[in-house]
Design a protein around this ligand. Structure first.
Ligand SMILES: Cc1cc2nc3c(=O)[nH]c(=O)nc-3n(C[C@H](O)[C@H](O)[C@H](O)COP(=O)(O)OP(=O)(O)OC[C@H]3O[C@@H](n4cnc5c(N)ncnc54)[C@H](O)[C@@H]3O)c2cc1C
Length: 295
């Protein structure tokens, strides 16, 4: 199919974007890398009057580091995240997750902000943002809102973003030496969307884990955490029996939907496999060996 006709504009200033959004509201559609939007236009799932291309707005680009967080501009591509030394040092979960996103050609064009705005429950960045306690920076002519990832994703492909707002960046607290992260994913073929995936983070303190955050991909209508399982993992020093207890809890806590290829029991089983892999890796790692020496 062909897309409907629409007007096209490519502003070079953020102020211009905000004025147009304020004036035209939901008649406008923002174009980032086009890796999702162009398909939805061609299928006429989206019929905007005006397509506003964000490629020339400098405020939306670049990855920078402040005292407290890593700031990833909305128009930073998946590949730029994958190649960034700053990201590898301060948010290595993203570096681990990036190769799982689609194929190289899509990673060259698709953007961090576009993925967050689209809010696909099977996408990698939304779950990573949730696991890392990240914040979405949304701007409109009315001002700036900083929205915690936990409040940003509100349902299937829906977010807390208002019609006159755009994402300018995401902020991610920088990791400390004590922060452990792990990215795990199962897809039918490399480059396919995940059947199920896990973005995990925790602080290793003395003999136990704290602030455990298990963010799941493809396990519900939106990226979501398994908080009961997290609590199990915080209740005692990490050990094989504790991992078994956490997995038993996960199987009662997650409620994934079946998809075209996987039943609910299959998805639950695969989720348990991913959690086991992540935690086995942690148990075997140096930090935990150190922890057990302190027991
Ligand atoms: C074959 C294929 C396989 C894929 N596989 C995966 C995968 O495995 N994992 C994965 O995560 N993704 C996958 N994708 C999607 C890809 O990662 C896209 O890059 C991602 O969905 C975002 O698209 P985009 O940045 O090109 O944004 P666009 O397609 O341009 O926009 C997407 C949506 O976000 C809105 N938007 C964009 N930028 C902003 C902003 N700054 N503020 C507010 N709203 C904005 C747009 O208006 C639109 O509604 C795949 C895509 C294809 C075509």
């Amino acid at each position: 199919m062909k897309s409907p006709s629409f007007s096209y504009v490519r502003p070079s200033q953020l102020s211009e974007v905000l004025s147009l959004l304020q004036a035209q509201g939901d008649r406008v559609r923002l174009l980032a890398g086009g890796q999702t939007l162009l398909t939805t236009l061609n299928m006429r799932l989206s019929e905007p009057e005006l397509l506003m291309d964000l490629q020339s707005v400098p405020d939306l680009k670049g990855i920078t580091l402040t005292d407290q967080h890593l700031r990833i501009g909305a128009m930073v591509t998946h590949d730029e995240v994958a190649q960034s030394a700053l990201v590898a040092q301060h948010a290595p979960l993203l570096t681990d997750a990036a190769p799982h996103i689609a194929h190289q050609a899509i990673r060259n064009l698709g953007t961090f902000g576009g993925s967050i705005a689209y809010g696909d429950p099977a996408a990698e960045w939304p779950a990573c943002l949730l696991a890392l306690n990240g914040v979405v920076v949304a701007v409109s002519a009315r001002g700036t809102r900083r929205i915690a990832a936990a409040d940003f994703f509100t349902g299937l492909y829906s977010t807390a973003l208002q019609v006159d707002e755009l994402i300018v960046a995401c902020e991610i607290p920088t990791v400390s030496a004590q922060l452990w992260t792990s990215f795990q994913e199962l897809a039918r073929r490399h480059g396919d969307y995940a059947v199920v995936g896990l973005a995990a983070a925790a602080r290793a303190h003395s003999t136990a884990l704290q602030e455990v955050r298990l963010a799941w991909i493809g396990a519900g209508d939106q990226p979501l955490r398994s908080t009961a399982t997290e609590q199990v993992l915080e209740s005692a020093p990490l050990s094989e029996p504790l991992i078994a207890k956490a997995i038993a809890c996960l199987k009662t806590e997650l409620a994934p939907r079946a998809d075209m290829t996987h039943s609910i029991p299959a998805k639950l089983h695969l989720s348990a496999v991913l959690l086991q892999r992540a935690l086995n890796g942690l148990l075997a790692s140096t930090s935990i060996s150190q922890m057990s020496r302190n027991l």
